[in-house]
Unconditional design. Sequence first.
Length: 161
Amino acid sequence: MEGLGIDIKSLIFQLVNFSILILILGRLLYKPIIRMLDSRSEAIKRSLAETEKIKKELAEIKERQNQIILQAREQAKDILSKETERARLHHDESLKKTAKEVEELIDRGEAGLIKQKEEFSQNLRLEVAEMVRESVRRILSQGLSDDERERLVREGLKKIS
C-alpha cells in the first residue's frame, strides 16, 4: 500500500487512536447523552400520562359539577313546591279563620237583632197593655153605651196597629 502513499503503521496507529476515541466518547458522552435522552423521553411520557389523568379528572369534576347543579335545581324545585304548598295551606287556613270570624260576627249580629226584637216586642206589649188599660178606664169612667164602647175598642185597635 505504500504505492498508494498509505503508511500501514500510521494507518493502524490512526485506527487504534480512532477506536480509543470512540470508546472514550462512548463512555463519556454517548451513554450520558443516551441516558439523558431516555430520561427526557420518560419525563415526556409521564407528563403526557399526567396530562391525560388531569383531563380525565377535569371531565369527572365537570360531570360532578353538572350533577350537583342538577341536584341543586331539583332541591330548589322541591323547596319551591313545598313552600308554595305551605303558602297555599296558610292562605286556606286564613280564609277559614276569616270565614269563621265573619260567621261569628253574623251570629252575634243576629243574636243582637233577636234581642232587640224581643225588647221591641216587650215594649210593644207594654204600650198595648197601657193603651188597653187607658181605653178600659175611659170606657168605665164615661158610662158609655155598647155602641160607643165598641167604637172606642176599634179606635184603640187602630192605634195599636
